[in-house]
Design a binder for this molecule. Sequence first.
Ligand code: SAH
Length: 364
Amino acid sequence: MSNLALKPNLLDLNLADCERLVLGLGFKAFHGRNLFKWIHKHGVVDFDAMTDLSKGLRDTLRDRVEIRLPRIIHDRPSADGTVKWIMELGDGQRIETVFIPEGRRTTVCVSSQVGCALSCSFCATATQGFNRNLSVGEIAGQIWHATRRIGAAPSNVVMMGMGEPLANFDAVVKAMDIMQDDLAYMVAKTRLTLSTSGIVPNIYRLREVSDVSLAVSLHAPNDALRDQLVPINRKYPLAELLPACKAYVSGDRRRRVTWEYVLLDSVNDSPAHAKQLVRLLEGIPSKVNLIPFNPFAGSTYGTSPPERIEAFRGRLTRSGIFTMTRKTRGDEIAAACGQLVGRVQDRTGRMGRVLVDSRRMATS
Ligand code: SAH
């Protein structure tokens, strides 16, 4: 069946869309609220089980729309409790979603694209190339499944899976809207974090439409090094990135930018790098998340030794920057940061690398 023949997918709709749809079908808008709640809060995707909708509406819905979820095809638990779900999408593409329990906190790490176009030199997702953006329903569908598997909505969501969320702006914003909705998953804005490699214009756009927490993959304290590690820096260098991030958290004294910094052995982990980083972040409300590099097949970097990580953290902390070292979770099932690879197919169904100019992509 071609895409054109597919009925609209209700998972692509936020609450306002759902009300509009039901109104457009000739029913009262509040039925749209109920419909939205059935799908997301109760996890019901069979129209006949939505008992407070009239038979007329249920028949119309069955006729005109669908609820298409990604399919969990693999469930890989790790000894530390982390679980990786491999999900297959309607067109056979595969993405990964990670569940990270930690005491009472439950975090779901969500993918935003099939593959990634940004070519960060230390990231496994980059090695598979880019295929396409995920739809709203494919992003929200990851939370739908996670909620059913966990037995409750996750307390925290991080847009840190495969892909660059700000390169799929509209779908990501709408999916985050669904995650935050009281009739759906009720994820608090302080517990919903979008991580970006630094697509500057879209950081400003995000500020206009959303107030989720912002994490930025910095990884280097100067342009020369960041150009190598995070190539989008050649397009949006630090002199543009830093003011955009500062603007994002301005106006609310409690907000801070989270800077992610993957520590690569003898590449970006020296005392001089730490010093430069402190200077760079001066005047920006910040916290730093140090990530020990997670190796993957074919990667050329090494993980910094623990004492160097600790020394790096010490320097930042002594300068008054709140700094945490991220615990590596789920690495034996390749679920740790930067280890996610799905299956990118080209249009003929063959596996392989689909080359896209990352600069064109990032601004589209
Ligand atoms: N594209 C977004 C979302 C990915 S988030 C971004 O760049 O922020 C995943 C985080 O893990 C990013 O900070 C990324 O830089 C980091 N990461 C990627 N590969 C890694 C690896 N091999 N080891 C540790 N962290 C890695």
